[in-house]
Ligand binder design. Structure first.
Ligand code: ADE
Length: 249
């Protein structure tokens, strides 16, 4: 997977993306991330990339041409046009399903980090394939949302996580939250690890984990139960947890 990021703060992005799992994946060559300084595509001597909005109003907008030139420069080195994502609080709210969908369909992704009061609408109409938000709150710029998006996307790419860091058995992947996990010591401050996990009986462990996953989701995120893929018996279990919780409130 190749990801190109258009930003006013490439050093900030590179610092974060060169660390830990994403940094290791780039060194291994399973992931390529390039950060592009938008100001290099400005055309006045002060390297402005923003201007006042027509019709008046507060703040500045990102201008069309530097973004278009930067994007075209990125495309020059690629066989296919990358999927162009603009990070904005107005976008589709990001979730695991959307990440799976994007990672399955696209190998080249370009992300524009928004700034100021946003971008000239014509950039969105002409170039952007999808606007994405990381949640219903507003940050000072698109860099942090882009880091969230890129991290979550890149870790699903084959070879980024090692075998034992597999992402298909974790919260949200199959529409449920994960089951509780335990490590040594077996007893900690009087709290014991559930017996079934010490039994060595894999079938029982799997059964217990599935059940705990449903209970956990019903308790913490009852909204997710509606769309989760559950058997009738599992639905009954989830509903009993939700009813017990409602009765407590
Ligand atoms: N830029 C500012 N806030 C944002 C958000 N919530 N999601 C994506 N981009 C943003």
């Amino acid at each position: 997977m190749r990801i190109d990021i258009i930003t006013l703060f490439p050093e900030m992005m590179e610092t974060v993306l060169s660390e830990s799992i994403i940094g290791r994946a780039q060194k291994k060559g399973v992931l390529e991330i390039n950060c592009h300084q938008l100001r290099e595509f400005a055309f006045d001597k002060h390297r402005h990339v923003d201007d006042a909005p027509y019709g008046g109003g507060k703040g500045m907008l990102m201008m069309t041409e530097p973004i278009a030139l930067c994007f075209e420069d990125i495309c020059k080195n690629l066989d296919e046009k990358p999927y162009f994502v603009y990070m904005t609080p107005q976008g589709n709210v990001l979730n695991q399903k959307k990440l799976i969908d994007i990672s399955e369909k696209h190998n080249n992704i370009c992300v524009l980090c928004g700034h100021y009061e946003g971008v000239d609408q014509r950039v969105i109409d002409e170039l952007v394939d999808e606007e994405i938000s990381i949640g219903d709150y507003v940050l000072t710029g698109g860099e942090l949302p882009t880091l969230v998006f890129v991290d979550a996307l890149a870790r699903m790419e084959k070879g980024v996580l090692s075998e034992d860091e597999c992402f298909t058995k974790e919260s949200h992947y199959d529409g449920l939250l994960e089951y509780p996990q335990y490590t040594r010591p077996q007893v900690w401050r009087g709290r014991e690890v559930p017996q079934v996990l010490l039994s060595g009986h894999h079938e029982n462990v799997d059964k217990w984990r599935r059940e705990q996953s449903i209970i956990n989701t019903a308790k913490k995120r009852p909204d997710m139960i509606k769309t989760a893929d559950l058997t009738d018996k599992e639905k009954e279990l989830a509903q009993s947890i939700i009813d017990a919780n409602d009765a407590k409130e």
